[in-house]
Design a protein around this ligand. Structure first.
Ligand code: ST9
Ligand code: ZN
Ligand code: ZN
Length: 360
């Protein structure tokens, strides 16, 4: 029997589903088609049996009734507003910055991006590959430069986002609109469901990892050093950049750009784009987001197969993060990279895709 048929057989034997395969219609392409009653609870292909708490659980639904009022956190609102005003000022300083400063911005952008994508996301939240200590050290330092909460908190929120997607228990529930899923969720107290359901998640792997706990313990001083002091001092000290340019371009603007590129995955990639792998979920394939987020915009694929180390059907296609992990693997620092088979992907496209998939 061909491999892809074997996949389909094993899927239907393991999980209950009411899916029927039908020809894609124009309506499916436009509005995602009708909702299925059930989508699979666990993986399409059992390539990472040790971790299940980032797999979508459709059995959890929002409680009936009105949503609680937003409880604004004014400290965060003021700091975020100041940061963005500072970034706009930094933008005006770009033309008068030294070339080395701009190269430094690119280097810091990519370094902190790796700390989020290859580190907090694909390694620590999803365990899609394994990393030896030198790489984990590199990633935790890079992650600290990104200042997006410590890895433990980031991964806890992110597993909740996958398991309880688009419900009150999803920290950046995109059903609450673009602004809320982009940055608004960081400006208000969390919905009680985030905390209640979040407490049911298995985080034992993160609690057991000394490096992750070490970062959590020293997070504030480490962020001050890695995100603010070091990126400002380097251009000022090494190539005589003005302190103003160093602070506003290399630090404030760079930090704000990385934040917004990341947040676009939660907002734009949950609202705009096709759903070739699963039309029943809100996350979408968004090339523009992938460019800024160095490979994290293939978000319909990623929510369908969260255990794939490439977060995309492909490897190096608009995906610097996968290129980076593959380079680390070539050096022997990354190993056990999980990749969903082509047969399983094709079977899933046929079963739940919106009909927009183009092969090749
Ligand atoms: C930032 C994060 O920007 C960005 C994350 C983006 C994720 C993107 C994912 C997309 C995929 C990957 C793409 C990567 C692309 C990268 C591209 C790079 C170029 N479960 O939170 P608290 C409990 S951060 C279980 O204070 P409040 C827990 O007991 C930016 N329990 O809730 C906790 O205590 P503790 C900088 C949970 O009071 C307690 O509740 N940082 C969970 O409602 C209180 O938690 C900021 O701006 C859970 N999920 O406050 C700070 N959650 O932690 C923002 C909570 O001690 N944060 N509990 O165990 C805050 O100020 C606050 O969290 C708050 C909510 C005001 C938002
Ligand atoms: Zn994810
Ligand atoms: Zn998502």
């Amino acid at each position: 029997m061909p491999a892809h048929l074997l996949q389909e057989v094993s899927v239907s034997r393991t999980y209950t589903t009411t899916t029927t395969i039908s020809e894609p219609s124009q309506e499916n392409l436009q509005n995602g088609g009708e909702k299925l009653e059930k989508t699979p609870l666990a993986s399409e292909e059992d390539i990472r049996p040790e971790m299940q708490d980032d797999i979508y659980d459709p059995s959890y639904q929002d409680a009936e009734g009105p949503k609680p009022e937003f409880q604004y956190v004014w400290r965060n609102i003021i700091l975020m507003a100041l940061l963005h005003v500072g970034a706009l000022f930094g933008l005006t300083l770009v033309p008068s910055s030294k070339v080395y400063t701009l190269l430094w911005v690119v280097a810091c952008y990519l370094f902190s991006a790796m700390g989020i994508t290859a580190g907090a996301h694909r390694l620590w939240s999803h365990r899609t590959y394994k990393a030896r200590l030198p790489l984990r050290l590199f990633l935790i330092v890079a992650n600290t430069m990104a200042f997006q909460n410590d890895v433990y908190e980031w991964s806890r929120d992110h597993r909740a986002h996958h398991k309880f997607s688009e419900t009150d228990a999803d920290p950046h529930n995109s059903r609450r609109g673009f602004f809320f899923s982009h940055v608004g969720w960081l400006l208000v107290r969390k919905h009680p469901a985030v905390i209640e359901k979040g407490k049911t998640l298995n985080l034992s792997d993160l609690k057991a990892e000394k490096l992750v706990m070490f970062q959590r313990r020293y997070y504030k001083p480490a962020v001050l050093l890695m995100c603010f002091i070091l990126p400002t001092l380097v251009p000022w000290y090494f190539w005589g950049e003005t302190f103003l340019h160093s602070l506003y371009v290399a630090t404030i603007l760079r930090y704000t750009l990385v934040l917004n590129a990341t947040w676009l995955v939660n907002s734009a990639a949950h609202l705009y784009g096709y759903r070739p792998y699963d039309k029943n979920i809100d996350s979408r394939e968004n090339i523009m987001v992938s460019v800024g987020a160095v490979g994290e915009g293939f978000h319909n694929y990623h929510h369908t197969f969260p255990y794939d180390y490439s977060a995309s059907e492909y490897r190096w296609h608009i995906n610097f993060t996968t290129f980076f992990i593959d380079c680390m693997a070539a050096l022997g620092l990354a190993y056990d990279r999980k990749k969903v088979s082509k047969a399983a992907v094709m079977a899933r496209i046929k079963r739940t895709g919106d009909g927009s998939y183009k092969s090749g």
